[in-house]
Structure formats: structure tokens, C-alpha cells
Design a protein around this ligand. Sequence first.
Ligand code: UDP
Length: 426
Amino acid sequence: MEGHPLTIAVLSIHSSPIGKLGTKHTGGMSVYIRELARTLGTRGHRVDIFTRLQEYGGRAIVQLYENVRLIHLRAGSDGPMSALALYPHLDEFFHEVERFRASERTHYDLIHSHYWLSGRVGNWLENRWKIPHMVMFHTLGALKNTTVQEEQESELRITTEKDLVQNCQRIVAATEREKEHLVRYYGARREKIAVVPCGVNLDLFGPMDKQAVRRQLGFAEGESIVLFVGRLVPIKGIDRLLRAMTHLMLPKPIRLVIIGGDDHHTPEMQNLEHLCLELGVQDAVVFLGRVEHEKLPPYYCAADVVVLPSHYESFGLVALEALASGTPVVATPVGAMETILVEGETGQVVANGAPQLLAAGIEKFTSTKGAGTLPATAIRRSVLRFGWDNVATAIIDQYLDLLRQHRTTGFAGDAAAALFSDSPHA
Ligand code: UDP
């Protein structure tokens, strides 16, 4: 079936898949879009990713990978725009995509949209082009509003998500938990939700000699290293991790390394620095700022344990990256944690983010041996099934199923016709 190459329009309007990872609005979703597109491209599928032009002077069309193009289109004002400010300009984006498609005389087989803003435009394009549309929300406004946030998610976001959930053909959720959230908070019909987990780049992330990487990174010998990687936003619960530091009883000195954050000094960063002073842990905590994705592997390998103290995660890619590197993870019960962690062996899911519980979890994996209970290679083995190849296979299955469903319910693109020429509906 996969023999016939598909041409896929991917929408990532609000944030660019090549944006700076670790900054406030750019994280797991960008990694997901990039890695999935790259894998689809190597399999011969053609992927055009549409995103809003944010920095003028750059190229409008970037050949990202084999068969994968990133297409920048104008909508709204120059520079970054909040989701709410961008919303009234989505119709401009829709017209730009259609103009682009018409100028190239491209026929897309299906649309894959990411996040609610792209979902909305995907909905319009689906009606214009009469092709299937698959939505991934990545995060859900109603859920974010149940957690700590400096700002509540807008009513506009929640009503748009509700409308998309009711009217789209297929939703891909990254976890069973997300599926349940879609049902409970948005009244989604279960049969239109497919659960496909996120992936990890197994070529990039793998075990390395812990002592050697520690020397290379300039970390002191004989310290236990606890690592956090992610956007420095309240929902990540970094404050809970800082508080956990005051509860640790370890035989060795400890260092908490925090990676992520914007290039400039943000209020979030300042709040965390103040909290360190207040708790008296400032000498044990180091903020490294954001680190290029490709330079992260030695940090994961240098750590004794990676901690994910989040209030909410759609999946939690950082945990997969740590495990693929052979490092155990202590996490709150968010995203995919219960599915990817083997309790007591590759990590621990603590009952909640209480600092004492996080500290107890950290202690388990920062013993005098300085390593988790399993060797790094065994920890890595536990996540080999999450390679992007497997994710791409599962997503292609969804694409084909959607095309098949589309064909049986009325209209079909060329790919559907070619793929299902053997079907009774051909
Ligand atoms: N990341 C990065 N450099 C940083 C901070 C984060 O490359 O300085 C990457 C990290 O490796 C991961 C992604 O950003 O791939 C964060 O994804 P995750 O799912 O953990 O969190 P999200 O951003 O979706 O909340």
C-alpha cells in the first residue's frame, strides 16, 4: 500500500518547525513535525509544511530534507504574534496557501494540521480541496486551564477546539490520556481518535561514557547530576523541582542543571532565580539557557537522572530522549509517562508533584553507584519501539485509512484512487 507516494500538506502556522527549541513557544511540537516529515520524506512521500513568515529576509521556500519543503507565507504583522492576535488573520493564511497551491498546480492528497489555529485553517482547506484532514492538537486549552498558568487559555481557543473535535474526520492523540481528555472535556467520539505515540531520534540520542561526557562538559567529578530540559514556563513545574532540592538527602554533592529558556532574560527565569535564592539552593543550581537540540546528547548522558516535574504535558519528548540516552527519568503523572517508564527500573512516576515525592524519586536514581538500577543500554532498549520509523508507519496507516474512508464517503484524491483501485468503490 505504501508503495504509492502521498503528497501531504502539513500546517504549522503559529510556530515554525525550525524555531528555537526551548524558547517559550517552541518545543515538542516542532520536533514532532520535523522528525515525522523527515521520515516520511525518506520513504518517498512529499511533504509541504506551511508556516507563517516571521522573519523577513529569509527564504520563502526552504528545502528542509529530501522531499520535504518548508513554505513561509504571510499573514498578519511582521514578527512574532500571539495566537489570539493571529486568529483574525487565519483567512489570509488560508488564501495564501491556496494561491501557492494553484501557482504550483499541486494536488495534495491530505492535510495534516498541528495545534488549534492550524486545525481551523485545515478545516477550510479540507472543504476547498475536498481532501481528508487529520488534526493533532498537541495541547488542549481546556486542560491547560485546569493547571497552574499565569494566563488562562482563551474561550476562543476552547470553542475552536470543540468545533474542530466535532467536525474533523480524524484526530491523532499522542496518548490514551489525551484521548480520554478529548472525550471528557470536548465530547469527542472515540472512534475518530487514533492514539499514535510520539517518537525519538535513536541515531541522535544514545548512551555515552558518563565520566567522559562529564569531563567534556566541565562538570565536577563526584557530583550527582539532576537534569531538567524544557521550556521555562510555569506549566513545567520547575519551581517544584527547586523545592525538591531542599528535601534531598544524598551522600554526594548534587547539581541541578536546567536547560531551556529564551535568549533574553525573561520574567520566568527571574522568578526561578529568585526562588533559588529564597530556598538557599542557588549554589547547587545552574541555568544553562537553551541548548541546540543536536548538542543535547552529552547532557542527557552526563545526568544521573532527568526530572520532568510538569503540571501538564501532551507527551513529554524529553523523557523519551533521556531514556534513549540510557538515563532514568523521574516524572509526574503527565503525558505518556506511565507508558514509557518501567517503574523502579527505567524511572519512576511519582503520585504528584509534591517536592518530597520528587526528592524521594530523585534519591532512588542518584545512589552512590551514581546510576539507575538498570545499565544504560537496558534503559535505552526499553524505548527502541519509539523510533520515528515506527511512528511514521503508524501515521501512514492513519493517512491510508483516512483516504480509504474518504473514498467510500464520496470524494477522493488521486492517491486514494490509485491506492484503492482494487477496492469495490474504485
Ligand atoms: N529542547 C531543545 N533545547 C532546549 C530545550 C528543549 O532542543 O534547550 C527540545 C527537547 O530536546 C525536546 C523539546 O525541545 O525535544 C521539548 O519537547 P517536550 O515534549 O519535552 O516538551 P514541550 O515543549 O512539548 O512542552
